[in-house]
Design a binder for this molecule. Structure first.
Ligand SMILES: C[S@@+](CC[C@H](N)C(=O)[O-])C[C@H]1O[C@@H](n2cnc3c(N)ncnc32)[C@H](O)[C@@H]1O
Length: 314
């Protein structure tokens, strides 16, 4: 099956990464391998490209579409938090660039059959890595009403979290909720009609986002990755992150800010006693956004925010 995905902010990503011929670059989220191809074009024939994706379909697609560069690429079907292990395996000490393009690919949404979209009636699964055990239908079946409220509120910022959680608990007492269609029907009964009519988004949007984040532990893994990623960069190396909602973007923004501010002494201290040094410089002072033309051609890119930072010489 053809793998469909249009890379978001391709030109801006390539400008920010500023790939050096012969360098070592990592794409932690291969997806449709569009960014990956552009990176390979710039770093080959002497560079090394390392690609990771937790979705087996993305790896199968990358193996085919990056075949012309096969001698210079290494692909890993895993979560990107394992990047330090892969670099050790490859005997690579540091890399010149790291790219994370978070969120879903068009393929996952439209063709994976794993229930990522409320626009189709599919099994309520939402696992990017199909080797993991926890599916969205397991969370819907097993979480208490209180935990469902918490999930929808914290990961979806869903205003009607309490009503939706109550409706789910009532519905699952009658029959298990195993498909996206069933879940959408329950959400529709819970969200007041007037509010649904006034909203610009589908009433299930936020609940689906929250479930996907929880099933794939997206925020915890991103936070964990950001803790160590900068240690993997060579001086002058760059990290670029494309995020698709404010929860992700906040983590990236805060971590970059932390690493650009050398001193951690309380503001009332007359002089620095911590001796902290900045490890990053911001390449993008503010998050970059896609142009209106790009959004018109690729509506999936509309909420993209791109942040990039460079590792300082030590
Ligand atoms: C938006 S797509 C990437 C598109 C890609 N940049 C391109 O140009 O086609 C996001 C991809 O990241 C993968 N992904 C998300 N979180 C991941 C994680 N923690 N570890 C590995 N892969 C992840 C998803 O499976 C998906 O294939």
């Amino acid at each position: 099956m053809a793998y469909r995905h249009t890379s978001a902010m391709l030109q801006e990503v390539m400008t920010c990464l500023a790939c050096r011929p012969g360098g070592i670059y990592v794409d932690c989220t291969l997806g449709g391998a569009g960014h990956a191809r552009a990176i390979c074009e710039q770093i080959l024939p002497d560079g090394l490209f390392i690609g990771i994706d937790q979705d087996p379909d993305a790896i199968a697609n990358a193996q085919a579409s990056l075949k012309p560069y096969a001698a210079n690429i290494r692909l890993f079907h895993d979560n990107f938090i394992r990047l330090p292990d892969f670099l050790t395996q490859l005997q690579v000490d540091a890399v010149q660039g790291i790219l994370l393009d978070l969120g879903l690919s068009q393929h996952q949404l439209e063709a994976s059959g794993r229930g990522f979209t409320f626009q189709k009636d599919e099994p309520l699964d939402m696992r990017m890595d199909t080797r993991n055990s926890n599916r969205a239908q397991d969370l819907i079946a097993d979480l208490s009403e209180k935990d469902l409220v918490h999930l929808f509120y914290c990961y979806g910022e869903e205003r009607w979290s309490k009503r939706i959680a109550r409706a789910i608990v009532e519905a699952r007492a009658k029959a298990p909720i195993r498909t996206t269609g069933q879940l959408v029907a329950v959400i529709r009964t819970a969200v007041p009609e007037g509010a649904a009519a006034r909203s610009k988004i589908h009433p299930a949007t936020r609940v689906f986002q929250a479930l996907r984040i929880a099933v794939n532990e997206e925020l915890a893994r991103l936070e964990h990755f950001l803790e160590t990623a900068v240690d993997l960069l060579a001086p002058g190396g760059r990290i670029c992150v494309l995020s698709f909602h404010s929860l992700e973007d906040r983590l990236v923004k805060q971590r970059f800010k932390q690493l650009t501010q050398p001193c951690t002494c309380p503001p009332q201290f007359p002089r620095c006693v911590c001796g902290g040094r900045a490890t990053l410089r911001l390449v993008t002072k503010k998050a970059l956004r896609p142009t209106p033309q790009e959004i018109e051609q690729n509506p999936m890119a509309r909420s993209t925010r791109l942040r990039c930072a460079e590792k300082l010489e030590s």
